[in-house]
Design a binder for this molecule. Sequence first.
Ligand code: M6R
Length: 605
Amino acid sequence: MCGIVGYIGQNEKASPILLDAIKKLEYRGYDSVGIATINNEKIELKKDSGKINEVDKELQLKDMEGCVGVAHVRWATHGYPNKINSHPHTNNNNKIAIVHNGIIENHEELKKELISEGYVFKSETDSETLVHLIDKFINKGLNFQNAMIETVKLIKGSYAIGAISINYPNELIAIRNESPLVVGLGDNGNFIASDVPAFLKHTNKVIFPEDNELVIMNSDNVTIKDLNGNILDKKVETIDWNEEMAQKGGYDHFMLKEINEQSVVVSDTLSGKKDIENIVSKLGNINKICFVACGTSYHGALTGKYVFESFLNISTDVIYSSEFKYFSNVLDENTLTIFVSQSGETADTLSAIKIAKNRSKTLAIVNVLGSSITREVEHVIYTKAGPEIAVAATKTYLSQLISIYLLAIYLSKNRNNEFYENMISQIEKVPTYINELMLNEDKIKEIARKYKSYSAFFFLGRGFIYPTALEGALKLKEITYIHAEGYPSGELKHGPLAIIDENVIVVVLAPSENPESFSINSYKDTINNMEEVKSRGAQVIAITSYENGERINVNDIFQIDNQVDELLSPLVYLVPLQLLSYYISIYKDLDPDKPRNLAKCVTVK
Ligand code: M6R
């Protein structure tokens, strides 16, 4: 949550670069925006609440002068989203400006002390404490860098901080702890940012600072030091993402672009097969799997339970990251704990890793290269989905599922080579099934238009496809604000059936059976459950690969290729559900890329 950016160049004006960069991070928060630059030995500051384009229109952010600056987009934690609480924050004589992402847990006691020393606070934020502390240490005679070091020694919590000072006009400094920060090395200046897409237009050469490593940059040099002032030798990495990947590419929204990229994403994720095989060879004896994740990634993990238990006969738990601490006693050295996260920065998941890492083997399935989670675990599988900008996860969810299937398939390879080969060849057909159904996008638009005004949806599925029902409901809630619930089809009669009537839309996921597969053949039971809701008056939309799907008597049917049986269904059925949510959001005149109250990367607990 919150995105920070900093740029320092020689001749290029910083504000247009910062504005462009911060727009790339708007998925991290859109409550307010601000930029500070050093202009003529003064801090120039423009900020306000609202989305970037609105604030830019009002304040002309790109007209600010100066070749060094910091910028921020906010997802409010402490303090209402208004102008005063927007970042950057400045010290009392406006010589220093900072941006911050994270939470300073001990800000209240620090604030009290600073106030007693004469510091005046303008905002209600925890972040403002930082700028006064830096100022205090500079007033005590420390230089800018050392003032930052002394500041972070006093604070508790998570932070990625960028800071500039008019007394150090050729220096931009930054530091992180449990909040993302990446350094970009450009030909015409250097960058800090919460995430790589911010500066991909200028460079794909990056350094990932570790917690409490101080970044000091000028226009042509970056130095990284530890808190004792020792210079560290850091690896420069090249990211194989490009600017185009972080743009809308002619689509109206990132979400639609990302849905459309999915057939290619499957192939890209499959290209990581060898890496997964290699990891599997190093895992040693495993007698239990424990998946840990949040949100959409949790639904990927839950699918993993069906996959691992069916393919490998191995006991598999799935636990929400925020609940993990209550279950961690069951881990041991033969447990493989698998953390699933798109961003690799989710605070709840990071906390769970800290508990699991000394008690079990750890592996993470992550999309963002170099993110915090990748540094905390023993093994990492990168999902290779490319940058995902829309807040609602789509293509990264599919890439997680593919990675989970591959992991299970490789773990089973030695036991059953025939099964391994058959599954790999089936997964390789997934892009074709997705391309086929995308040709029928108009049918989804028609369904979306027809049901957009209803206020209650249920998504039902059994077995392998049940977690996809949960995901369908989450997508709809996130971007259309319609109340939606995902349920195992058989569970409705145990209570929720009471609220079914003609005002409720029920989306039934009914994959065809495959008698030769591991699937438990749930089609007939699902159809019986569908009849139960129909006879209570619900309007039913069926998504099915049953070859006689047209004969099911429901209000609407979306047909999936009949080769997509239960086993494969999680990898294909998600797509019409994503499209359904997307188009309902469009027909309700909402912005699917920026749902209210949400941010893509949840770095608070
Ligand atoms: O980055 P992560 O996968 O760890 O994020 C977990 C959830 O916050 C995330 O999946 C969230 O539910 C998405 N907005 C879903 O669309």
